[in-house]
Design a protein around this ligand. Structure first.
Ligand code: 5GP
Length: 236
């Protein structure tokens, strides 16, 4: 397998070509960024931790019937995945208020929402991934109405599965971001990763943060935090 051709070098991952047109390799780097790249650091082993955590979650979701891009794990940092055209949307669900939602609305932190909030942002670093709604997405040609409906339905299902999964680890799923892509045969699949980089997780008893906020806010050791999440997953 020719895995040497770098197709894309992202903030936390790289994408490599393979000798098959419809399969690519997703490689997890040790980089951590926050504030749209304003804060950047490297943590030895972070890529391995996120790859392991995300792999467990993707396997759990696939078993529950979610279509994902994952074909198989190749080693401790690389996945073989189906090539998919990624919708330029950050799909976000909030169960408890914090982060940009509180900054934007003035809502207090930590409010447990009666129903989840479904949000989409336009993936565009130059403009700081602005919050948009379905009218913007359709008018800008980012997805079709049918695609939007499928993404929303699948995301809310994933939220329920993830909430339950993390609760068994004594962690509250505060919010998360996921991404979807469209494969060559038109199938919409869950892509990218689900890890403490892309989810906010708070301990049920103490509200201690077990996610990238420890790096964003300089309030803890990122590697120890991610290791603790993985340990809960492995011990459950
Ligand atoms: P917020 O909009 O409050 O900053 O983030 C909401 C949720 O989406 C959080 O769980 C956060 O980790 C995730 N999120 C938002 N933007 C990004 C992003 O650009 N990359 C990653 N990995 N996660 C993001």
């Amino acid at each position: 397998m020719d895995s040497t051709k770098l197709l894309y070098d992202g903030k936390a991952k790289q994408i490599y070509a393979t000798d098959k047109e419809n399969e690519i390799i997703m490689h997890y780097k040790d980089d951590a960024t926050a504030g749209n790249g304003a804060k950047h650091d490297q943590f030895a082993g972070k890529g391995i931790l996120n790859h392991t955590i995300s792999g467990i979650i993707f396997d759990m979701l696939a078993e529950a019937g979610v279509k994902t891009h994952l074909i198989k794990k190749l080693n401790d940092r690389d996945d073989l995945v189906r090539k998919a055209e990624i919708f330029p949307l950050e799909v976000i669900v909030r169960n408890i208020t914090t982060g940009s939602f509180c900054k934007r609305t003035g809502c207090r932190e930590g409010l447990v929402l009666e129903t989840p909030i479904f949000e989409i942002s336009y993936k565009n670093d130059e403009y700081g991934d602005p919050l948009i709604n379905e009218y913007h997405a359709l008018a800008m040609g980012l997805c079709t109405l049918e695609e939007y409906a499928e993404i929303k339905e699948e995301t809310l299902k994933i939220n329920e599965m993830l909430k339950e999964f993390f609760l068994r680890l004594n962690l509250k799923l505060v919010d998360f971001k996921i991404e979807f892509g469209k494969t060559e045969n038109g199938e919409i699949v869950l892509a990218d990763e689900i890890s403490p980089d892309s989810c906010r997780l708070w301990d049920v008893d103490t509200n201690q943060k077990y996610d990238k906020d420890v790096f964003r806010q300089d309030i803890g050791d990122l590697i120890e935090t991610y290791k603790a999440v993985l340990a809960r997953m492995e011990n459950k």
